[in-house]
Design a protein around this ligand. Structure first.
Ligand SMILES: NC(=O)CC[C@H](N)C(=O)O
Length: 605
């Protein structure tokens, strides 16, 4: 999530160290920035709506002996920035406190800001007012708050700085006679810290006492709303079509005649069924235990779990911690299309399992602008084979995982990818035939990739708007997705059966949040899915859900009738989610939906 850091020294901080720490923090969030400083016997807060490295340059706090920084991925409260100050207590926080709204009543106080972080200062004050000790502040905060709390709490009146976390996204190290902390260990090694250790629990440091108010510089409020509040209208909701389509389907699974490259045999069974090889047959778990043995470490984390916050990676993280007994780092790439709910589930799981979360956050405004450019181009010449351009930006996930491996020194990756999630059809609509022997692969053959690029280029020529600033972003992401060598990785679901009921029941035990607009639990952390599935359904009469449920039928997990009933429910347009998507990319709901509805259907109508 956000990146936080601090240097607590008796002499002016090193400019080089400060720049390194600020730069690294920015990897974790770059929506806004903040500094907390001590100079001339006073504490100061500076906040800005631009990157932290720029703020450091502008404020130039090089004569200060205490500098703390915050590089924010905004999740709660757009109108506030960090550090927050309340009752003259300063806080910088990484994480999302998922129950903050309910806590205000418990402590008998009222929020003054929108941001969840404020509750940390308020609980601290409440604890101290009720006669609690400084030593126990963190226990009280962590007992009450659900979700990740990795923070620094500055109490000038008492001359104390507390740094604490419930998931380990916080490290501390020594350098000469100063102390430094950061969200990750890597920048601390870069500045040459010794005795670097992970902070799970609390460290209490002495800082100069001051009874004066923390001086807070007025902040600018950003213009682009990165976390729009949902405003709904019946008019818009009614624009969304959901027509029952009468369409020929495979007699065994649900795939319809509009599925690319589908062929039915004399019994009406499709080639996807006839070529299907069972996927959900786990190998003995002992094999995986043996494979990972040499990666285990006595101290520190030993594997990376790619972590989107969706149901499969959340369940995978649970298995890695609870069953495989490993100490993972959960790696998340936030490109601006992780839903608020997805972010909250990331926070819940990491806090509950005590797992460090390394997040790489992209330039969210830019990424969303790219989506808007591509969506506008798409709407000018709608082509189902080009829908995937809307999610091209997330492929940089594969680039950043390499950075995370390098920075943590951990090579082992354990993936929780659902074996039944196969969506051939997206490239199928572009003209790429299904490759039935495919397992879950992360590397596509070069020739397949070239063919894909060729067909896509042809489709792009139909709408010149595709040749926009995002093109390099798309191509470079795909390059990393397809061509970088992947080593030291295993799939959790090669060893544990993927059983939907078990997955959902397990996640419920973590209070995993479900979506308000669908009964489905798949893809609810992905802000793009509701919209692209709306396109597929409206034009082709099926969605990803049909392909997923069809695999479950083939695996013998559910009957065809049950699957049919499920997709009828799951394919319903998800208005709040589609609205969120179009709001975040800044597109007009009515215009976009009317354009989608007007696309000629692929089925008799
Ligand atoms: N990404 C984060 O860690 C967010 C911290 C806090 N919830 C905020 O919105 O600022």
């Amino acid at each position: 999530m956000c990146g936080i850091f601090g240097i607590i020294s008796k002499t002016p901080v090193s400019k080089t160290d400060l720049n390194i720490l600020a730069k690294h923090s920015q990897q974790r969030g770059k929506d806004s920035s903040g500094l907390f400083l001590y100079k001339n016997n006073e504490y100061y807060v500076h906040k800005a709506d631009y990157p932290l490295t720029k703020l450091v340059k502008n404020v130039a706090p090089y004569s200060c002996s205490i500098v703390m920084g915050h590089s924010r991925l905004i999740t709660n409260g757009l109108s506030d920035n960090q550090p927050i100050v309340r009752d003259n207590i300063g806080v910088i926080h990484n994480g999302i406190i998922v129950n903050h709204e309910g806590l205000w009543e418990h402590i008998g106080k009222k929020p003054q800001l929108e941001i969840d972080t404020e509750i940390i200062a308020a609980i601290t004050q409440w604890h101290l007012e009720s006669g609690g000790t400084v030593e126990d502040v963190s226990t009280t905060v962590l007992k009450l708050c659900q979700g990740v709390v990795a923070c620094a709490v500055i109490i000038p009146q008492l001359g104390k700085l507390l740094i604490f976390s419930n998931n380990g996204s916080l490290y501390q190290g020594d350098k000469n006679d100063s102390i430094a902390f950061a969200s990750e260990s890597y920048p601390l090694t870069q500045i040459g810290c010794k005795n670097i250790n992970q902070v799970k629990g609390v460290r209490i440091l002495d800082i100069p006492k001051s009874n004066n108010s923390i001086y807070s510089e007025k902040q600018e409020i950003r213009k682009t709303n990165l976390i729009p509040t949902l405003t709904t209208s019946n008019f818009e909701e009614h624009l969304l079509e959901y027509k029952k389509v009468s369409i020929r389907r495979c007699t065994k699974c649900l795939l319809p005649e509009t599925m690319p490259f589908i062929k039915f045999d004399a019994d009406g069974v499709c080639n996807y069924c006839n070529n299907y090889k069972l996927r959900n047959i786990p190998k003995p778990k002992e094999e995986l235990f043996e494979l990972v043995e040499s990666y285990r470490r006595k101290v520190g984390n030993d594997c990376i779990v790619p972590f989107s916050g969706g149901r499969d990676s959340c369940y995978g993280l649970h298995l890695v911690v609870k069953e495989l007994q490993m100490k993972p780092v959960a790696y998340t790439y936030d490109w601006g299309m992780v839903t608020d709910l997805g972010r909250r589930n990331i926070s819940r799981m990491c806090a509950e399992l005590g797992v460090e979360n390394i997040i790489v956050a992209d330039d969210i405004e830019k990424k969303r602008k790219y989506i808007a450019q591509n969506l506008s181009a798409w709407l000018k010449s709608p082509h189902l084979g080009m829908v995937s351009i809307l999610t091209a930006g997330d492929k940089h996930f594969f680039r950043h995982i390499e950075t995370v491996k390098k920075q943590t020194g951990i090579s082992l990756n354990l993936w929780g990818v659902n074996p039944l999630e196969v969506t051939h059809f997206k490239a199928g609509f572009l003209g790429i035939p299904p490759y039935f022997d495919e397992k879950r692969v992360y590397t596509h053959g070069i020739s397949k990739q070239l063919r894909y690029q060729y067909l896509r280029f042809k489709a792009m020529l139909e709408s010149p708007g595709y040749f926009n600033a995002s093109l390099w972003d798309t191509l470079s992401g795909e390059y990393y997705r397809s061509f970088t060598k992947k080593s030291d990785y295993f799939h959790i679901f090669d060893y544990w059966t993927w059983d939907e009921k078990l997955v959902e029941d397990t996640l419920d035990s973590y209070d995993w949040e479900r979506a308000v607009d669908t009964n489905a639990t798949w893809r609810i952390g992905d802000g793009t899915a509701a919209f692209y599935n709306y396109i597929y359904y409206t034009v082709a009469g099926f969605t990803e859900h049909d392909t997923f449920r069809s695999n479950q039928i083939r695996e013998g997990q559910i009957t065809r009738d049950k699957a049919l009933a499920l997709v009828e429910d799951e394919n319903r347009p998800r208005y709040p989610n589609i609205k969120w998507y179009l709001d975040t990319v800044g597109m007009d709901f009515k215009e976009v939906i009317q354009a989608v509805n007007a696309i000629p259907k692929l089925y008799p109508y």
